[in-house]
Design a protein around this ligand. Sequence first.
Ligand SMILES: Nc1nc2c(c(=O)[nH]1)N[C@H]1C(S)=C(S)[C@@H](COP(=O)(O)OP(=O)(O)OC[C@H]3O[C@@H](n4cnc5c(=O)[nH]c(N)nc54)[C@H](O)[C@@H]3O)O[C@H]1N2
Ligand SMILES: Nc1nc2c(c(=O)[nH]1)N[C@H]1C(S)=C(S)[C@@H](COP(=O)(O)OP(=O)(O)OC[C@H]3O[C@@H](n4cnc5c(=O)[nH]c(N)nc54)[C@H](O)[C@@H]3O)O[C@H]1N2
Ligand SMILES: [Mo]
Length: 770
Amino acid sequence: MAASDDGRESAVPNVGPVSADEPEFRPYHHPAAGWGAAKSVTRFLLREREPVDGPRAIMKMNHERSGFDCPGCAWPDDTKGLHLDICENGIKHVTWEMTRKRVGREFFAAHSVTELAGWSDYDLEVQGRLTEPMVYDPGSDHYVPISWKDAFELVGRTLRGLDNPNQASYYTSGRLGNEATFLYQLMARELGTNNLPDCSNMCHEASGRALQASLGTGKGTVDLKDWETADALFIFGVNAASNAPRMLTALAEAYHRGAQIVHVNPLVEAAATRTIVPHDFLDMALLRSTKTSTLNLQVRIGGDMALLRGMAKAILEQSATDPKALDREFIDRYTAGFEAYKEVCEAASWDELERQSGISRADILKAARVYRESDRSIISWCLGLTQHEHGVDTVREIVNLLLLRGNLGREGAGPSPVRGHSNVQGNRTCGIDHRPAPKFLDRLAEVCKIDPPREHGLDTIGTIRAMASGDVKVFIGMGGNFALAAPDSPVTFAALRTCDLTVQVSTKLNRSHVVHGKRALILPCLGRTEKDHQRTGIQRTSVEDSMSMVHLSLGMKKPASEQLLSEPAIVAGMAQAALPDSPTPWPWYIEDYDRIRDTMAQVLDGFEDFNRRVRLPLGFRIKQPARELVFLTPSGKAEFSAADLADVVPEPGTLALGTMRSHDQWNTTIYSADDRYRGIRNLRTLVFMNRADMRERGIDDMAPVDITSTARDGSTRQLNGYLAIPYDIPRGCAAGYMPEMNVLCALGDFSTQSDQPIMKHVKVRIGPAE
Ligand SMILES: Nc1nc2c(c(=O)[nH]1)N[C@H]1C(S)=C(S)[C@@H](COP(=O)(O)OP(=O)(O)OC[C@H]3O[C@@H](n4cnc5c(=O)[nH]c(N)nc54)[C@H](O)[C@@H]3O)O[C@H]1N2
Ligand SMILES: Nc1nc2c(c(=O)[nH]1)N[C@H]1C(S)=C(S)[C@@H](COP(=O)(O)OP(=O)(O)OC[C@H]3O[C@@H](n4cnc5c(=O)[nH]c(N)nc54)[C@H](O)[C@@H]3O)O[C@H]1N2
Ligand SMILES: [Mo]
């Protein structure tokens, strides 16, 4: 966000690198991954000056026993020990962390915070790794060095001085390891609050709530072996080639063995065409690509639930003449609510299903046929389904469809959410939850000898609102970039600035350091690639992937600076200062992380014998009751839901805008202004539109446009001068990049089902720039 005369930022976010080169759009027609990816990696390694260390580190990535877990996405590691189980974006991610560039005290002495606030987000992060703790000095408007001891004391004193522990909020970004996570929630609860917002409040909250309600467990039930044996894979709302690139391998393998692969997405993303499997040397050499799709359905934004219901309706209609269309025995034995669901499916008219999904009846029937003809089906999804008002209903509709044919609790079948950050699922498992289960709190109380609060705490949206109203005065961010990741950027910025103290535990400089409270700390930590030396030797930390596998990660690089502390040590330092009479042996835990794991084993379900099992090759899988057909729901059965279909068709003149990632970014971290798989170079301030929608509005190809969003409360927000890209996207839909477009997302527009900000369905008007 750029500086302006009247405040610290203007309404035109300046996030990405700005290049003097002309922006370019050339539709992309090549397979995903392959040499394009290899070339992009080489360019990136050279730019980061890591042509030697980069590849060496990468060979250690995702290796059982001796490697570190890729800090990128949460896709599971290959179980067959594939030696190059890596991807272009994983390499970029690791190299970004391992950069040789440093941000030390000289940097902060040279640049005031007001000056830095005028820099782009790219320019902030590209400065390199943070090296020592810094505190904001309001007198000079600079960050100045502070000792770790004084920094912890400032946190401790401020927390102790609050009238009530709920005046502090403790954010987690999803790469925090399990051990630090456990200590962090313990600290918050010992202090007396459940204010534990996390990035999951913005991505898969809807999935967790839906799966919990339907199946009694908030996670997917399948693993990679299931992906390898499914007859049909349905992939909803995920840009896999960019955001979970290792899924490409699974898709290519599935295609080779003759499985059906159906992609449902308003855009035909690169993973829905062809791929050259990156670690298959022969494929690379021969430029041999594999198809990764057998059917693409370009659903309208928000139209997935109507499509799923249409598929269910078709299966039910077919069951009148085809007794095998439904798995009656499974339905009778394991489910509840089938009759009510059947009724809503029968009541839905084909006209309405077509209108709401944007898919013709013939195509809905095609998808239903694939589903009917497959013995084993997996349905997978990501943010395209969750960041909507009716995200919970839609994920429950996925489960409904799976239950109809007993696609649960057996090999090759089940629901498979694609999680985001590498340990976002582990964070929840280990206690980051603003709505903790009473049973978990009971165990925590008993084992840790504390008296945790029972009332629910604040999530991401709740925290921003509470800061704005003055109810939250201390914000602590364990990683991430809260200021830029959250919706309604100017509102979030203003909220953060009301705080008495903001604390950011980070590896790199970002917007959340320059948008800060009255007092502010930057606490630099070790990254996952780095050696973590403690009193009893080098420590390992554990993480959990999208498919519930828990394994150890071991950093092998020399830390970026001698002054860095590990995340567990930073939590323990803050906790000790804030809780002088704590029953928790904070320093003792840090000497040896096995001790933290021993405590976790007593508190967390499924973590029995944690220290031994996590050292097994590939770690261990947390048991999923639903996988064993044990449903921890009120009825003890898998529950069908029979929700009404939402009306998602945009009003005349408006478009539904989805905000998403480019290929060259990691959430708020921008690597370049290119989006290779969508054919974009040197441009982030763009909006993808259907050409007919552009013509109707008098917009030429690549012409500047103004975008106005209208919130539920009628308030409007604007982005001006974006370039319109004519794209293969259904009419009535538009798409562009986060985090720039967070300016358009109103804080009050969150789902009443999941409390997730509605980031994939922003109501906008777009016209030629004024
Ligand atoms: N390289 C890289 N990897 C990442 C990340 C990153 O930023 N960079 N971020 C990580 C994180 S935290 C997360 S949560 C995941 C996110 O992974 P994704 O969910 O793939 O993230 P988005 O870029 O938001 O893309 C959403 C996809 O949904 C589609 N979509 C939009 N609206 C709809 C809709 O209404 N219905 C359907 N069916 N599809 C829709 C879009 O066209 C797009 O393909 O990726 C993780 N991995
Ligand atoms: N409009 C819109 N907004 C969105 C989304 C969207 O689709 N649309 N997606 C949402 C989603 S799914 C998510 S997950 C959030 C992302 O929200 P966050 O997780 O809060 O943001 P990131 O951009 O991943 O955080 C990047 C920062 O993390 C820090 N960091 C990197 N590695 C480490 C580490 O090892 N330890 C520590 N302590 N810090 C580290 C660096 O300082 C870096 O600047 O954004 C959300 N915002
Ligand atoms: Mo995410």
